[in-house]
Design a protein. Structure first.
Length: 284
């Protein structure tokens, strides 16, 4: 029909670019290429806001129209943009219901030495955390609480696991994250930078409420969070300045990792912003 818009040219499912993106679902390929996938509008938007991070974008015609600002920003930032069919997006994506955008991003982790040099006041350390969804959620909690850094030890899950990236909901691109740091090195380095290191453990001998009441939470603090099933080993707890438990006031058996992390990080954030470290108001 005269005047009709031409059909957009879609990237071929057999394109080498599609195959290269698909392989990034596997850790060994991510490590070799130092690239990972960011899926969905929020993650792609945040990746595109970081200079030289988003290098390639696969997007359906429908998503390109719906998220024209994201696609435009990707192009302006120098990313290669490929229009793709739903089938190609599904082939690249690691989700059950893709949202029409899959970005290929450069690794964004920060050397641990740079984090220490910045003298952070609030840090989350993930030691032995194996579930990628939990890792991404804790990263998101740390970002929301205003933490300056996150550290994943060498015994923890891959930061760039697609599930971890999704669970961070873009927070991966907001704050420095160090990876592959031995837990003893992480604790020693943070202590050397003047940070008090606390282990979060349900069997801790100190109570988070008491720490807040006594005004000991106002200084630079790093929280060490352990494995989802068995917590922190004794040798890791022994490295820290104190082992602190989140009080259970009701009848719940325990808190899951991400919930406990949110409570601890927000307690520190509140104390650091309050006069005299958030002491309880009492009679004089």
């Amino acid at each position: 029909m005269a005047g009709a818009s031409p059909t957009p040219e879609l990237i071929s499912p057999r394109s080498p670019r599609v195959g290269a993106a698909r392989r990034l679902g596997k850790r060994n390929f991510r490590g070799k290429e130092r690239l990972f996938l960011a899926e969905g509008p929020q993650a792609v938007r945040e990746a595109g806001a970081q200079p030289e991070t988003l290098v390639e974008l696969f997007v359906t015609v429908e998503a390109a129209e719906r998220y024209a600002d994201i696609v435009g920003a990707a192009r302006s930032g120098g990313a290669r943009v490929h229009l793709a069919s739903d089938e190609v997006i599904a082939d690249i994506s690691t989700t059950v219901t893709p949202q029409g955008l899959v970005g290929v991003c450069r690794f964004v982790d920060t050397p641990f030495a740079e984090i220490l040099k910045a003298r952070p006041r609030l840090v989350a350390v993930l030691a032995h955390v194996r579930d990628p969804g939990n890792a991404g959620t804790v990263l998101r909690c740390a970002d929301a609480a205003g933490a300056e850094a996150v550290v994943l030890t060498d015994a923890s899950v891959d930061l760039y696991n697609p599930k971890a990236v999704r669970a961070s909901v873009g927070s991966l691109f907001h704050l420095p994250v160090a990876v592959g740091v031995p837990v003893a090195e992480a604790v020693a380095g943070l202590k050397g930078a003047g940070v008090r290191v606390l282990a979060a453990d349900g069997a801790g001998d100190r109570d988070l409420d008491d720490e807040l009441d006594h005004g000991t939470m106002g200084g630079p603090t790093a929280w060490v969070f352990g494995n989802e099933a068995w917590g922190l080993p004794e040798e890791t707890r022994a490295l820290t300045d104190a082992v602190v438990r989140v009080p259970i006031h009701g009848r719940a058996e325990s808190l899951n990792l991400a919930t406990a992390a949110a409570v601890c990080l927000y307690a520190s954030a509140r104390a650091q912003r309050a006069p005299e470290g958030c002491r309880t108001v009492s009679g004089t």
